[in-house]
Design a binder for this molecule. Structure first.
Ligand SMILES: C[S@@+](CC[C@H](N)C(=O)[O-])C[C@H]1O[C@@H](n2cnc3c(N)ncnc32)[C@H](O)[C@@H]1O
Length: 404
């Protein structure tokens, strides 16, 4: 009797509610957007153990600590967006986020301090230059015939480049500088940049020992032509449209919202972090040869190991300040309810492990941004750089935040 009464009370309104959505349906409909997004994000395998072969455009030039395209792609797939949503990467490196935004038909903006990063990002997102093979052949022929290339004042250049290799590189640069079409000019310089370590005495991209290599002047021109062909093939293999991807070469901590130029709907980035990678050092000779100053880049580079081993050395506190400045910019340009996604590892500073994702989460909280999801992903053994081995760091964090 008692049970029957309870049943009657529970279902007294059943008739009244006929035709209305059930409680469960209501719950799904009214579930906050962040909740539904978190559910979608939770279905992703963030370590991407079974990932498909990357598109060749991802590997047109080496870059340390770059994203695998799968990360920004999964974020773009899981987060709410419209065709008008603009994607922003304040530390765009080799432009992986910008490429993935283009693949989804979305406009994007990237900022990076490193001129080699910006060069890679621009080439990856620009239309394939018309007539690249002919132009590169003419450049190589002119360089082969150049008996008196300009001399380059590069510190310690004789240690890292044989005399005849120096002459060949200088001849190529002499010829490329007469190219007036911006995209071809960028692409030729990127092709040259991509072979510089291989033709130098440096053992490899991640080993800074000088060794003897059987490379002569003609090998440099041949390698350059091969690099141009490889680049052209990778660019032509892009089977997607190329919406605007604007690359700003600047210190993210110094730019205002006017440099970003518009409101963005989505931030996807992996910031540099303390005492981990050294982008300036990795590209030092590339920068010297292409006419940039790596030492100026080093001064402004967030987290560079060099800053942690000088007399007035950086500490964790510097990173807190740098991330506060980064979030100030993000706050200015991100639309209300917009999402900001970070991929970041831990640091080891003078023996002390720092959870950089915790720092980002706290700084975001100070600006009223809340955590939608947080995952740990295993860094693939191939991507673990020589200078992370000192910290024995094997995972990194994917942190998804929402404004307001
Ligand atoms: C983890 S990497 C980004 C890699 C990128 N996601 C990719 O796929 O290639 C971090 C980037 O931050 C850049 N960076 C360091 N300090 C910076 C600063 N002050 N302003 C702008 N970029 C900076 C570095 O040059 C580097 O390219």
């Amino acid at each position: 009797m008692k049970q029957g009464l309870q049943h009657e009370l529970l279902h007294a309104d059943d008739d009244l509610m006929a035709g209305w959505p059930s409680l469960k349906e209501l719950e799904t409909e009214q579930k906050p957007q962040a909740h539904r997004t978190a559910e979608r994000l939770a279905t992703v395998d963030w370590s991407f153990v079974n990932r498909e072969k990357a598109h060749p455009v991802e590997s047109i030039h080496p870059y340390p600590a770059k994203f695998i395209g799968d990360i920004p792609r999964a974020l773009l797939d899981s987060l709410p967006k419209t065709p008008d949503t603009v994607v922003f990467d304040p530390f765009c490196g080799s432009g992986t986020t910008l490429v993935e935004a283009q693949r989804k038909g979305m406009a994007s903006i990237g900022i990076d301090l490193n001129p080699i990063a910006c060069l890679i990002s621009r080439v990856k997102t620009a239309p394939t230059p018309v007539g690249l093979s002919n132009v590169s052949l003419r450049i190589a022929n002119a360089a082969r015939a150049n008996r008196n290339p300009a001399r380059w004042a590069i510190p310690n250049v004789d240690h890292w480049f044989k005399e005849e290799v120096q002459e060949a590189v200088a001849s190529l640069i002499d010829s490329i500088k007469y190219i007036t079409q911006g995209t071809i000019y960028d692409t030729l310089r990127l092709a040259l940049s991509s072979i510089l370590v291989r033709i130098s005495n440096q053992e490899s991209d991640t080993r800074y020992a000088a060794i003897s290599k059987p490379i002569g002047k003609n090998d440099v021109f041949d390698q350059f032509l091969l690099a141009c062909q490889k680049l052209e093939r990778a660019l032509m293999a892009r089977d997607w449209g190329l919406p605007e991807a604007r690359v700003v070469e600047a210190d993210t901590l110094k730019v205002g919202e006017d440099s970003v130029g518009r409101q963005v709907g989505l931030v996807i980035t992996s910031p540099p972090y303390p005492n981990a990678y050294e982008y300036w050092l990795y590209h030092k000779y590339r920068m010297w040869w292409l006419g940039f100053d790596p030492l100026a880049v080093k001064e402004q580079e967030i987290g560079a190991r060099a800053h942690f081993f000088k007399r007035e050395h950086h500490t964790e506190a510097h990173f807190w300040d740098q991330m506060r400045q980064t979030f100030e910019l993000i706050d200015r340009v991100l639309v209300p309810s917009g999402f900001a996604c970070f991929v970041i590892g831990r640091s080891k500073i003078h023996g002390h492990i720092i959870d950089n994702a915790d720092i980002l989460q706290t700084v975001a909280g100070e600006r009223g941004m809340c955590v939608v999801s947080r995952f740990e992903r295993v860094i693939s053994a191939g991507r673990k750089s020589f200078n992370l081995s000192h910290a024995n760091i094997k995972t990194e964090t994917v942190l998804v935040l929402q404004k307001d």
